[in-house]
Design a binder for this molecule. Structure first.
Ligand SMILES: O=P(O)(O)OC[C@H]1O[C@H](OP(=O)(O)OP(=O)(O)O)[C@H](O)[C@@H]1O
Ligand SMILES: Nc1ncnc2[nH]cnc12
Length: 178
């Protein structure tokens, strides 16, 4: 029931940002407080029994769910950002998207060796963004074994890519046929 509420709150835009892409727009979920709250509650309860030191959220839509979840869990939030946005010393990873390539960065001092990190993003497509995020955390000595998402596009293969990188995904709702 809750999953259905969240799924219904996601808007689909055909052929955006280019022909052939079905864009699953999570911003409409944010406009429905009941659905937004349900996302945070479901992510939180999925990780009951785990102890994380930090949440890492990936720019930009990962911030929307990662930061409120960090507050709900009472732990710190660390942003992973696109290039030249973070002001202190960073490390970088390049990655592939469903429709392009890009680079992600993290502050070097944001993760301490041994930190157990929960990674959060709005959507799992190819998994490239999340594997790059895990690589950044692991290069700084953190544990990056779990990733939570609101939306999964299972036909694109992100689940297998994450599991091959020793990341266990949890996705609230799936959109098949993309
Ligand atoms: O699993 P993947 O194939 O890597 O794709 C998923 C990623 O793509 C989108 O972000 P995007 O890079 O478009 O950035 P934005 O959140 O800043 O719009 C989305 O928010 C995820 O971060
Ligand atoms: N199909 C899609 N919809 C929304 N965000 C995305 N990021 C990568 N693929 C996407």
């Amino acid at each position: 029931m809750t999953t259905e509420l969240i799924k219904k709150a996601v808007t689909t835009i055909v052929d955006y940002p280019k022909p052939g892409i079905l864009f699953r727009d999570v911003t409409s979920v944010l406009q429905q407080p009941e659905a937004f709250q349900a996302c945070i509650d479901m992510l939180k309860s999925n990780y009951d029994g785990h102890t994380f030191d930090k949440i890492v959220g990936t720019e930009a839509r990962g911030f929307l769910f990662g930061a409120p979840l960090a507050l709900a869990l009472g732990i710190g939030f660390v942003p992973v950002r696109k290039p030249r946005k973070l002001p202190r010393e960073t490390i970088s990873e390049s990655y592939e998207l469903e429709y392009g390539t890009d680079v992600l960065e993290i502050h070097k001092d944001a993760i301490s060796p041994g930190d157990n990190v929960l990674m959060i993003d709005d959507l799992l497509a190819t998994g490239g963004t999340m594997v790059a995020t895990a690589n950044l955390i692991r290069r700084l000595g953190g544990k990056a074994d779990h990733a939570g998402f609101v939306i999964s596009l299972p036909d694109i293969g992100g689940d297998a890519k994450l599991r091959a990188a020793n990341i266990t995904p949890y996705c609230i709702c799936e959109f098949e046929g993309d």
